[in-house]
Design a protein around this ligand. Structure first.
Ligand code: ADP
Ligand code: XUL
Length: 550
């Protein structure tokens, strides 16, 4: 009798695919992993100051002696990626499950690849880490100018003059000339370090630089982050001839053609396949700026206002039609190519809160929060504006404190100072958002994110000052989450599937603070006062500037 044939058990189904989002931010590199059901499975980070202390950064940057030039070592970002992936490997992370990855970077910063660098990128050996292979002869500028830099004022004036004025430039590129915007930084480099500039074969943003590492080739700049350069025509979504010409000859060749933010750039390079076990089919979706990625992570909708409390504080909105002005920025929208986003950036955000925490709360967030609990809304009229470094919005520097009678004073008691700072910051955020055309109406949601959004007392002040409910997503890390969402969406975007369709089942933001019933009265009182105070701050600042140039 023939033996009965036993068929082998079916192979186990392959483990479900994963999607990675990276964020190359000012102070750290972060990663976040989601599955196809949008569950967050893993998060990790590398802190630049403490884990890569050889680079001697403070808050991830080097502030130069002129106090205007601010840079970060490009190799620090490279080494951070080695470290982060090694940490994941040691933790047993299965890279072969990753179907797509994307990422974000601090906006405006630029990376200069030396002639011949693309060959090195194409031929990375899996036996050595990225840092070992990229540390010699790959970057023509070792210290990348970053968003905190404000040393290119002359180049800004020249660009505006060349295109027909500040408003004209804003109409083309979405912003008047700003020192940190990449075109002005490129122009400064060309003028002050012609040899380094001549030796450059490609210029990337921090976001497209990071994508290039994963791709093993130069990655395109995406429309959304490309809008922060004073070079892209935000309506035609191509480089503006007049801006390119005013910045540097043949600059388009150094920048490469910009692409939609949802583009699949290609498969991950064989370096990552062999060194970490990524699948050859893993796709790299265009990286974008951290603020555009946050908009994606929060699934911001029209009518919402997002307040990001990271190293910088930013306020941003989804807008359908661009109406560029002399204040604020309009960027191409990262998830819907027909839309735009408006953004305001405030340089004196978390680092200023940290300084006041150190001076008034013994370095403890707990004591800082207690000060907010123990002082009344409106702070009995005491308010402060703290511009430790040259602010972007408004362009002012210095510390300005006012007592309840609107007299400028030189000090406030510790607890009062903490509230004066936080209320002053948020009033200024609101005032400038309103001058951009934003109005807070019933139904407005303030969506908070960034490192400080884990602090409920800070969020209560935000709610009171905006007189609107404040929501957060589970993570303070919306740029990273947005990058992972964008990786998932990038795979289907070309077939016309919308971002929101892919993310229908994502968790809804949670309500964390509602305005105090007396907020409107206090708010109206302070709101009228603040416009006047703001004017005084501006006037004072102008006077100081005039004195310093006398
Ligand atoms: P970035 O992405 O710009 O590197 P994050 O969004 O991670 O920065 O924010 C980092 C900041 O978060 C720190 O500089 C710190 O001041 C702030 N932060 C962290 N925890 C708290 C807290 N409990 N209260 C207020 N701020 C906090
Ligand atoms: C935005 C800006 C900063 C950086 C760093 O214009 O300069 O928010 O993106 O986060």
């Amino acid at each position: 009798m023939a033996a009965a044939q036993v068929s082998p058990p079916p192979p186990p189904p392959p483990p479900p695919p994963l999607y990675l989002g990276f964020d190359f931010s000012t102070q750290q590199l972060k990663v976040l992993v989601i599955d196809g059901n949008l569950n967050v499975l893993h998060q990790d980070n590398v802190q630049f100051d403490s884990e890569l202390s050889d680079f001697r950064t403070q808050g991830g940057v080097h502030i130069h002696s002129d106090r205007l030039t601010v840079t970060s070592p490009v190799l620090m970002w490279v080494k951070a990626l080695d470290l982060l992936l090694d940490k994941m490997k040691r933790a047993g992370f299965d890279f072969s499950r990753v179907r797509a990855l994307s990422g974000s970077g601090q906006q405006h910063g630029s990376v200069y690849w030396k002639r011949g660098a693309s060959e090195t990128l194409n031929q990375l050996s899996p036996d050595q880490d990225l840092f070992q292979q990229l540390q010699v002869c790959v970057f023509s500028v070792s210290d990348s100018p970053v968003w905190m830099d404000s040393s290119s004022s002359q180049q800004c004036l020249d660009l505006q003059a060349a295109v027909g004025g500040a408003l004209r430039l804003a109409e083309i590129t979405g912003s008047r000339a700003y020192e940190r915007f990449t075109g002005n930084q490129i122009c400064k480099l060309r003028q002050t370090r012609p040899d380094a500039y001549q030796d450059t074969e490609r210029i990337s943003l921090v976001s497209s630089f990071a994508a290039s590492l994963f791709l093993g080739d130069y990655a395109a700049i995406d429309y959304s982050d490309g809008s922060g350069m004073n070079l892209l025509d935000i309506r035609t979504r191509s480089w503006s001839e007049v801006c390119l010409k005013a910045t540097a000859p043949h600059l388009d060749q150094l920048l490469g053609a910009p692409l939609p933010s949802t583009s699949v750039l290609g498969p991950v390079s064989s370096y990552f396949v062999h060194r970490y076990g990524f699948s050859e089919t893993c796709r790299v979706v265009a990286f974008t700026g951290d603020n555009p990625a946050s908009l994606a992570g929060m699934r911001l909708q029209q009518g919402d206002i997002a307040v990001s409390l990271g190293t910088s504080d930013t306020v941003f909105l989804w807008i359908q039609q661009p109406r560029p002005a002399l204040e604020g920025h309009v960027f191409c929208n990262p998830v819907d190519w027909q839309a735009y986003m408006a953004l305001l950036c405030f340089k004196n955000g978390s680092l200023t809160r940290e300084r006041i925490r150190n001076e008034c709360a013994g370095g403890s967030w707990e004591v800082f929060s207690a000060a907010l609990r123990n002082t009344p809304l409106g702070n009995n009229g005491n308010i402060g504006f703290y511009f430790d470094t040259m602010e972007i919005t408004p362009p002012a520097v210095g510390v300005y404190r006012f007592d309840g009678d609107d007299n400028e004073v030189s000090s406030l008691s510790s607890q009062v100072e903490v509230r004066a700072l936080v209320e002053g910051q948020f009033l200024s955020r609101r005032l400038h958002a309103e001058s951009l055309g934003y109005s807070i109406i019933p139904g407005t949601r303030v969506l908070a994110t960034g490192g400080a959004s884990c602090n409920t007392e800070i969020l209560q002040v935000l709610s009171d000052v905006f007189n609107a409910p404040v929501y957060t997503i589970d993570l303070s890390n919306s740029a990273c989450l947005g990058a992972a969402y964008r990786a998932l969406h990038g795979l289907v975007a070309e077939s016309g599937v919308s971002f929101f369709d892919v993310l229908k089942t994502a968790p809804e933001p949670q309500l964390v603070a509602t305005p105090h019933p007396t907020a409107p009265q206090v708010q109206t009182h302070t709101h009228t006062g603040i416009s006047e105070i703001s004017q005084r701050v501006k006037d004072g600042n102008r006077e100081r500037k005039e004195k310093s140039t006398d």
